[in-house]
Design a protein around this ligand. Structure first.
Ligand code: T1G
Length: 693
């Protein structure tokens, strides 16, 4: 065994040169791997005693892509194209033996081999689009030649993976082996002994010819992804690369891919999405936890409340194979809750996302009950009842009386004081907030609220459990609205104020929609319902919201709110009467209306959020600025290609943000705009949020 670099070894076994990559944790294609691969393959190719080359990886996966940390830094090691040319141009067969996830540059490297084998659990994908990139190692030219143009487009735009069975069926791999090394060696020997040809994916044209028969393919595909990819740059670049693969020579296609890759990797969107990639993983890390902290096993979960939230929360655990006992106070509510869960699963099955078998297995793990004490032996309880402190205290008092020792007691409260809830129990160290976002079985964010007395074990268990149930978790301290809703409230204050000064609700919503949000605050209000917390008996028409609710314009559910909604398409349109109503309020409060630029509307909405985020950090309510960004990307639709409010603030320049806050403060005469002390401090030090680690 010869160490070629500290990440690549070479040994010959029965005339097969085994090139082993060992670069934990995911065998990223770092400089040391690229150089090692190049040296090892070149050496093996020149060695007459070698009749085939096997590229294999140690640890848990085949190469999972380029080393994302290397982007934006001076290039080191052997360049990727040179490594690929050595592999594809070798004079003897080069075979990749794949396990784990062959992703990005890893799959692209394998596609330069003459053959590929894999174990049955292996997965394959080109997820570069999630980093604001395109597969820049030939993937846009080789993948279509193997899986077909349409499938390659779907894979590269979604970033989704395919499994070994699919890979074998379409020719992405040549064989599924039981044992990675033994199977890989045996296949390599077979290829060499049979004198099989050195197959180059670049020369495969069958599937390209196939695509040429469908002149509408690309137009149809572009239409199908338009909504989901709105605002992103990389998807269109990927489609253009694949168009080149169909219409141009391989080398011309590679040239176009390289040019477009350089544009993306040096752009702001990819910088934001690469930042976000690490931010999401960082959010799962709790500072200063004891290394040997034992997690609490969670095999059964009790959920109190079978309403929209309770049912959705239950699905998360059922999807992960965890049994759930769901509690209601009335049979009718319990039946309704279960029916919703079952219907959701059946809809997923009808769309092919899961099988009917999955539906049965998951529903079999869901036990309904009217007796709360049936959950006494559960490892975790999630209370998901109405947002009322007295009710929550009553429930936690009861839980404390019968839940087994060591059970985690979680509240799904979206804003109430978790310490107050914990205070009614004799075990506040076991109490934590699990703030799910509606619909809880769809939204990825789990805002984890750490009470003053929540134990490390309960917190660490929750963070580990969040990954198991497919959630992205970020920790908040106990403060009104935690992280997301607290910042959303500041945006709401300004949005409501602005419509009396100039812009109409649709002007504000349009600016935020164009920024990349799925919708603005007024459309969001109509969607959620304007009558949340509205009391008809006490309503005196003192606000626009009151007036709208009094007119029964309570949002989408009544066909009208701030907007009118088409009864068929639900398409929204401004309502002149609402405009008049708002102008009436402007007059009543003596506000002279004026023109607002789109930029001012955007700043008036976003800068208060940034300022509040800084206060959240000052108060220690969030571990790090990037956690705040993780909350906003996953819970509120902040466009990931802008990183999140704190990343965005840095991209504008905190000094510019502070100057604008001060201008608004002067213009408005309102201390609402006073820049947070942390912003002042960072600006004085010439730093940004990124400098807070
Ligand atoms: N580069 C650097 N670090 C990486 C990495 C990568 N590609 N992938 C993962 N890590 C780190 C991650 O930050 C974490 O670090 C640890 O590994 C475990 O990751 C030219 C340009 C492989 C499915 O986009 O999808 O190739 O927190 O927590 O849940 O065309 O990691 O422990 O310090 O996610 O088991 C394309 C990205 C790159 C794959 C494993 N490839 N990675 O998931 O572990 S661009 C990707 C993943 C490219 C070419 C282009 C996942 C995973 P730490 P993890 P996991």
């Amino acid at each position: 065994m010869t160490a070629i670099t500290d990440m690549v070894d070479l040994e010959t076994r029965d005339a097969v040169a085994v090139v082993s990559v060992d670069n934990p944790p995911v065998n990223a294609l770092s400089a040391g791997v690229r150089t090692g691969l190049y040296e090892a393959v070149t050496r093996a190719d020149a060695d007459d005693a070698v009749k085939a080359v096997l590229i294999i990886c140690k640890g848990r996966t085949f190469i999972a892509g380029a080393d994302i940390r290397e982007f934006g830094k001076p290039p080191k090691g052997t360049p990727g194209p040179k490594v690929q040319a050595a592999i594809e141009g070798a004079s003897k067969p080069v075979i990749s033996a794949i396990h784990g996830t062959a992703l990005g540059g890893g799959l692209e490297t394998a596609l330069c081999c003459h053959y590929r084998v894999a174990v049955s659990s292996a997965q394959f994908g080109l997820p570069e689009v999630k980093l604001g990139l395109l597969p820049g190692g030939g993937g846009t030219q080789r993948l279509p030649r193997v899986v077909g143009v349409q499938k390659s487009l779907e894979m590269m735009i979604s970033g989704d993976r395919v499994d070994a069975d699919f890979a074998l069926a379409c020719g992405l791999i040549d064989e599924i082996v039981d044992d990675l090394m033994e199977g890989g060696l045996a296949f390599a020997k077979k290829v060499a002994d049979e004198g099989r040809p050195l197959v180059k994916v670049r020369d495969a044209t069958g599937k390209i010819e196939e695509a040429r028969k469908d002149p509408e393919l690309f137009a149809t595909f572009r239409k199908s992804i338009a909504r989901k990819t709105r605002g992103f740059e990389a998807p269109e670049d990927i489609v253009q690369c694949v168009e080149d693969a169909v219409s141009k020579s391989f080398d011309e296609g590679i040239q176009g891919e390289r040019e477009r890759f350089v544009g993306l990797v040096s752009g702001q969107q990819s910088a934001a999405q690469r930042y976000y990639f690490f931010a999401e993983r960082q959010a799962n890390k709790i500072p200063n936890l004891p290394k040997d902290l034992a997690l609490i096993p969670v095999n059964t979960v009790g959920i109190i409340g079978a309403g929209t939230m309770g049912g959705g929360i239950a699905m998360n655990f059922l999807n992960a194979g965890i049994s759930v006992i769901i509690v209601e106070t009335a049979q009718e509510a319990l039946d309704r809750g279960l029916a919703v869960v079952s219907k959701n699963y059946e809809r997923s099955a009808s769309r092919g996302r899961i099988t009917m078998d999955d539906v049965e297995q998951r529903m079999a793990k869901l036990t309904p009950t009217l007796n709360m004490e049936d959950i006494s032996s559960c490892d975790l309880v999630v209370e998901a009842v109405f947002e009322n402190m007295d009710l929550k205290k009553e429930i936690f008092t009861r839980l404390d009386s019968f839940m087994k020792e060591g059970a985690i007691l979680a509240s799904n409260t979206s804003a109430l004081n978790l310490n107050e809830i914990a205070s009614v129990t004799k075990r506040p160290e076991m109490v934590i907030g699990h703030h799910y976002f509606s619909p809880a079985n769809v939204m990825k964010l789990l805002e984890v609220v750490r009470g003053d007395k929540t134990s490390d074990a309960v917190l660490a268990t929750t963070m580990a459990l969040s990954k198991k149930i497919g959630k992205v978790a970020a920790v908040s301290g106990v403060c009104p609205g935690f992280i997301g809703n607290r910042m959303l409230a500041q945006r709401g204050v300004q949005a409501q104020k602005m419509i009396f000064e100039g812009p109409m609700p649709w002007d504000v919503d349009d600016v935020l929609y164009d920024f990349g949000f799925p919708m603005g605050p007024f459309a969001m209000g109509d969607l959620a319902g304007l009558d949340i917390g509205w009391d008809k008996s006490k309503s005196r028409g003192e606000t626009v919201r009151d007036r709208l609710c009094e007119m029964d314009r309570r949002g989408q559910k009544t066909g009208a709110g701030y907007y009118n909604y088409d009864s068929q398409t639900r398409a929204k349109s401004p309502e002149p009467m609402v405009e008049e109503l708002i102008k009436e309020f402007s007059e009543k409060i003596g506000k002279a209306r004026r023109e607002f630029s789109k930029e001012e509307i955007l700043q008036r909405c976003i800068y208060p959020m940034i300022n509040e985020g800084a206060k959240i950090l000052e108060e220690g309510m969030s571990y790090r600025p990037s956690d705040i960004d993780v909350v906003w990307v996953n819970g509120y639709g902040w466009p990931v290609y802008r990183g999140g409010p704190m990343f965005y603030a840095d991209s504008i320049g905190l000094d510019n943000v502070m100057a604008r806050l001060k201008e608004f403060q002067k213009q408005d005469g309102d201390d609402f705009w006073e820049p947070a002390a942390l912003i002042n401090k960072l600006v004085t030090e010439g730093k940004g949020f990124k400098d807070i680690t």
